[in-house]
Structures are given as C-alpha cells and as structure tokens.
Design a protein around this ligand. Structure first.
Ligand code: HAM
Length: 426
C-alpha cells in the first residue's frame, strides 16, 4: 500500500534542488516570505493571521453566488454542529470579516494589513494552478484616496520585482462605481441577448447572472463578438473617470509599467472602480502572477459601516515559477568532522555553543568515514569544516578548514570554544 499527496497539492521538501520545481524548494519559500515581510514593514502594513476556514456563506456573499469560485471551486464541509463551512478560496473576505468583527473601523484609518497563507480551490490541476496554493496578500480598508490604489499596485509590483519576476506588466481597468455598473450591465446584457445563438454555452448561462464575466470567456467566437460590445469605459461617471486618471498618474510617477485592458473584469464580484492583474510572459497559460482591486461596498455588505477598501493577492507558486530563482544550495557555516568515537561528544558540545552564537552547524549522524563526512560538508555548502580526531584531542585543538580555499589551521579548544568562535569570525 503506498500513499500520495492529494490531487492538486505539492510538497515543499529537502531535495537539494535536484528535479524539484521552484515552489517545492524550502529555501525559496523562506526567501519569498522574508522579502515580502520586509516590503510590508517598509510600507507600514500589519500582519494578520486568520482561520483557513470560515462560514461558507461569507464567501458566497462576498465573492459572489454566480462566480466560478463559489459555483465550482469551494471545498465545503459541515462540522459536527451542522454548520456549513468552507476552506478559504481567497483572503479578502476573511480580512473584511475580521475588520468588522473587531471594530477596526474605530482605529485610525486606513487600516493596512497583509497575510501569507494557503488558499483552497477545487480546480483542474496544471502548471501554476493547484488545489492548495499560497497567496501573499494585502488589504487596505478605510480610505478612498487614489494614492492608496497606487500604493497597493506598486507594492505588488515591487515585491514581484524584488523576487525576480520577469517581463511583468500590470493590466488595469476601471469597473466604475455601482451607478456606472447599474447603467452598463443592462446595455451589455441587451447586446449579449441579441447575439445569444453565437455565444458559447457558459457565456449564455452568464447573461442573466453575471454578464461582465463573459469577457473572461476563452471561446474565440464569443471574444470576437465582445470586441463589438458596449465598453464600460464609455459609461464611467465623471467622478470615476477622474479617479482612474489619478491612479494612472500616480503609477507613472512611481514607474510601474501598466497597460489598460478594458476587458479585465476579474473573477470575484466585490470589485468597484480600480481592478488590476500583474502578468508575466515568462509563465504559460496561467500567466497572472497577482491581481486585485477596490471593493468599496464590501465592508457594508458584511455588516460594517460604509468603508472603502482595496487589496491584492499574489500566488507564491507563480511568483517562483516566473522568477529567476537563485540556484545555490543553502549555506551551512560549519560541518564537524569527527575521526574518532571519543571526538563525537566534544564536537557535539562545540556545535551546541556555536549554534547559541548564531552559527548554523551540523555533524555526522550516519557513521560516515572521514571521506564521507567531507563529502557531506561539501553537499551542505559548509563554509568551514572543523575536524577533531585522536591527535587533535591529545593536543587540545581542532583543525579548522576553509572549504573554499582549502586552508587549514589548528585552533585551541583547551580553554573552551572562544578561540574557535574567533577563528570563525563571529
Ligand atoms: P485572485 O485573482 O482570485 O484574487 O487570486 C490572486 C492570485 O492567486 C492569482 O493571481 C494567482 O497568482 C493566485 N492563484 C489563484 N488561484 C490559484 C490556483 N488555483 N493555483 C495557484 N495560484 C492561484 C483573489 O484571491 C483576491 N482575494 C485578491 C484581492 C485581494 N482582491 C482584493 N484584495
């Protein structure tokens, strides 16, 4: 009987990079998280940690009943009390729920938050698309300043750039405010109805429920028809137009490369005004590295006061796939090489002191020969090998070998580990 991980999942495991996808390599995750964390510190965002499951109705209400995520992709289950719960398919709904539940609207606004964690969608697996994926996300609630949009979009772009995402462009659209949508949707619906017989079945089913989503259709006929369809840009109120101009102007000032895409509608229903997607041509079919937008009605929708919000979510697996991931193996400072059984405990004790001083070290636990231990030191990328054998023990020293230059010298350990710590340059 053998076991495999569930469909659509992957493991992050110590394989030394051999035959591993970038998102399977532990050191790349540590790197991505630390880079993101540092950006959020510089932009003054606070980390939130929220449950990976919520009441299912939270997502139905916010992401939208007619969305693919709610209709087809949620992992829904019942707890023993009969409550209908869902693994979170995305992060925004939970953050807004938490903002309302804890009365964060009473704090100085806006409240700027970030998260890093797994999301779950029951999708067909392919490269860059998984049933459990991890998002770096940010949400800013409590300000309708277009410069906040610029901050959020440039934060997303700058994190991607720091992680080496290649050939990236941010696509932008403006979905207008509710009033704009109220005028636009019937026009679009009317046009789609007129051409119903030429549309693909999925798009036909959306005419009544969510006609904006027909823009996402991959069907060539549908796309050709949509090229002639009414455009939301022509329906924007003066206010929405002015808002969009301010966002574009800000992006130009901070040097984020963007392009307008009037067909960009996003797969979640809560958006108003600014929506965006960052794409990289280094990826295949799943070329969207991150996306987001404004959701000015969502806080109220979930029982809070009228508070505007905006945020992004970015898939870490896709970031790592689209990036020039550093190739090197993680570095170890010291590997201890013991040439006699009596040397093991002194080596173990020295390793323990060095670890307390902040150095990373390891030793042999597989009864290897001297040669095997040197090989292990090499594999681990050790900067130094510290050798202890009978001779060293008799002389009260250890031999410190610089693994790059091959230089070796004896260091006294009679008085304790201090000479060694000095020799290693701590
Ligand atoms: P989303 O576009 O659904 O937005 O997802 C954000 C990102 O998560 C995508 O651009 C993609 O990189 C990654 N992603 C989504 N699904 C998968 C999957 N099955 N496998 C791998 N990666 C995936 C949201 O989730 C919104 N909550 C973003 C947001 C935040 N809007 C406002 N605030």
């Amino acid at each position: 009987m053998s076991y495999r991980g569930p469909k659509g999942t992957y493991d992050v495991y110590p394989g030394g990079g051999q035959g591993q996808e970038p998102h399977e390599r532990p050191e790349l995750w540590a790197w991505a998280e630390s880079v993101a964390r540092d950006f959020f510190r510089r932009y003054n965002y606070t980390e939130v940690r929220l449950p990976v499951f919520e009441e299912a109705r939270l997502f139905i209400r916010s992401v939208g009943e007619a969305s693919d995520i709610v209709r087809k992709e949620m992992f829904v289950f019942h707890d023993k009390g009969g409550r209908e719960l869902s693994l979170r398919p995305e992060g925004t709904a939970g953050v807004v729920r938490s903002y309302v539940e804890h009365g964060l609207y009473k704090l100085a606004q806006p409240v700027k938050m970030w998260y890093f964690g797994p999301m779950f969608r029951h999708e067909r697996q392919q490269k860059g698309r998984y049933r459990q994926h991890v998002q770096i996300g940010a949400e800013v609630i409590g300000s309708a300043d277009p410069l906040v949009d610029v901050e959020v979009i440039s934060l997303l772009y700058n994190i991607h750039q720091a992680l080496g995402v290649r050939d990236e462009i941010v696509y932008l659209n403006n979905l207008g405010d509710l009033e704009t949508r109220r005028r636009f949707v019937p026009e679009l619906r009317g046009y789609l109805k007129k051409h119903e017989s030429e549309l693909d079945p999925d798009s036909v089913s959306r005419i009544e429920t969510n006609p904006l989503r027909t823009f996402d259709s991959k069907n060539a006929n549908t796309q050709a028809l949509l090229a002639e369809a009414p455009r939301i840009g022509d329906f924007l109120s003066e206010e929405a137009k002015g808002y969009f101009e301010a966002v574009k102007e800000g992006l130009a000032v901070v040097g984020v490369p963007y392009a307008i895409d009037e067909r960009l509608v996003r797969g979640l229903d809560y958006y108003t005004l600014t929506v965006f997607e960052a794409k990289s041509t280094a990826l295949g079919a799943q070329d969207t590295v991150g996306g987001g937008g404004r959701y000015n009605g969502l806080v109220q929708e979930l029982g809070g006061p009228e508070m505007p919000g905006i945020g992004f979510g970015s898939g870490v697996e896709r970031i790592l796939l689209a990036a020039n991931a550093p190739d090197e193996v993680p570095k170890l400072d010291v590997f201890f090489i013991t040439l006699a059984p009596e040397a093991r405990l002194p080596a173990f004790s020295l390793a323990s002191v060095l670890r307390s001083s902040g150095l990373s070290c390891d030793l042999d636990y597989a009864d290897r020969s001297a040669k095997g231990q040197f090989k292990q030191a090499d594999r681990g990328g050790a900067r130094y090998a510290v050798v202890i054998g009978d001779e060293e023990l008799a002389d009260g020293v250890c031999s410190v070998r610089d693994m790059t230059t091959g230089e070796q010298r004896a260091v006294s350990i009679v008085e304790g580990p201090w000479e060694l710590i000095k020799a290693l340059g701590v």
